[in-house]
Design a protein around this ligand. Structure first.
Ligand SMILES: C[C@H](N)C(=O)N[C@H](CCC(=O)O)C(=O)O
Ligand SMILES: [Mg+2]
Length: 365
């Protein structure tokens, strides 16, 4: 099965409600989508959102990186030689992790299709059901409380509360949600780099002292402030998760060695795809470190691939934040994993099991 062609598209799906973090407000999922074709007539699907504030990439840069740098180097390669092709993708250009992720997702889809097995089985198997959290956008307190209660009504058992705007107001937000939820859901926080190390410690100590139990605090300080992450990790009881601080395996090794966080958030768009995500999950298992699999605001194509990794690497990937598709007003992906509120189910079809994608704007000029 040799790689013989590629088509490019843009997928834009309105959200049910705006997604708001300390870094950005988003009204649509917008993904660059690729379909990699083979000489056997198979099609592998891949996609990547443009999360410029996190990875530095735009849709134009993702498509240009794939079109000009990655595809010319893997055209004609045999999908069967998965590791060799992955190596070419990873060496094809510096950074551009979302572009690499889109290509790796399509490649792994094809590899598993060739073996006529669902991707998670090719990656090691597992139980093909996951339960994801749901993100609560940062907003005024009443809205966040209402959103939290509505999510619980829909069956979500874990809420990921976005903070990081104004730390004093954030403390009020968290206390109000904690009181309203009244133990009916697990609470995790994501400050998306919005706090400082000292203020994080004092906020968490105040919350801990007032009986607010948090599963973890994700990326409280600037991504490149690894000393700040360590400072917080050493001083609070609440576990600290690294998101924007760690992209690839090397950064994770460094962070583990310096004990700069308790948990790692693995996202395919940061790792450059499945190969590095798997390396990180395996390394974390060696160090008895827990990981979460996360996503950007992205469609069911790439989130399905992340779900397959999570199922196969459940020894270290113990937390799931794959709510991207739940934010979309519709799911234009035919076939593949199903996303029903908190429940994610992987089908039995080969690869990712995707039959087609509706509403793609063709970029294959
Ligand atoms: C969607 C997911 N639950 C999430 O919160 N991801 C964010 C980044 C999402 C984005 O800005 O597209 C995160 O974990 O920081
Ligand atoms: Mg995060």
């Amino acid at each position: 099965m040799k790689i013989s062609g590629i088509t490019y598209g843009l997928l834009k799906i309105p959200l049910k409600t705006p997604f708001k973090t300390a870094l950005r407000t988003v009204h649509h999922i917008e993904d660059a989508v690729i379909r990699i074709e083979t000489d056997t007539g198979h099609v592998g699907h891949g996609s990547a959102p443009a999360t410029a504030v996190i990875t530095g990439e735009t849709h134009a840069s993702i498509v240009a990186a794939i079109r000009n740098e990655i595809m010319p180097k893997i055209m004609g390669q045999d999908v069967e030689n998965l590791n060799q092709v992955v190596d070419i993708i990873q060496r094809s250009l510096y950074k551009n992790t979302s572009a690499k992720a889109a290509v790796e997702i399509a490649l792994y889809d094809l590899f598993a299709q060739q073996l006529e097995r669902p991707l998670y089985k090719v990656l090691g198997g597992g139980e093909p059901q996951l339960s994801t959290d749901i993100t609560i956008s940062v907003d005024h307190i009443r809205k966040m409380v209402d959103d939290s209660l509505a999510a619980i009504e829909l069956g979500y058992e874990t809420l990921k509360i976005k903070v990081g705007k104004d730390i004093n107001l954030d403390i009020e937000r968290i206390k109000a949600i904690h009181a309203a939820v009244d133990g009916k859901a697990v609470l995790r926080l994501d400050a998306n780099q919005g706090w400082t190390p000292k203020k994080t410690v004092s906020a968490l100590r105040e919350l801990e002292a007032s009986g607010v139990e948090l599963e973890f605090i994700e990326q409280p300080v600037k991504g490149d402030d690894i000393d700040g992450m360590k400072y917080v990790t050493e001083r609070v009881t609440t576990p600290v998760m690294a998101d924007e601080s760690t992209f690839g395996p090397k950064e994770v090794i460094d962070l583990i060695k310096m004990r700069g966080a308790d948990i790692i958030n693995i996202k395919l768009m940061k790792t450059g795809g499945l190969s590095n995500a798997i390396k990180i999950a395996d390394m974390a298992a060696v160090y008895d470190m827990e990981c979460m699999i996360g996503c950007m605001l992205e469609s069911a194509i790439s989130v399905s691939a992340a779900a397959h990794v999570a199922v196969a690497k459940s020894q270290s990937i113990t937390k799931i934040d794959l709510d991207g598709p739940s934010w979309a007003a519709s799911n234009p992906v035919r076939g593949g994993a199903s996303f029903e509120n908190s429940e994610i189910s992987l089908g039995n079809a080969p690869g990712l099991g995707i039959d087609g994608i509706d509403g793609l704007v063709d970029l294959s000029f």
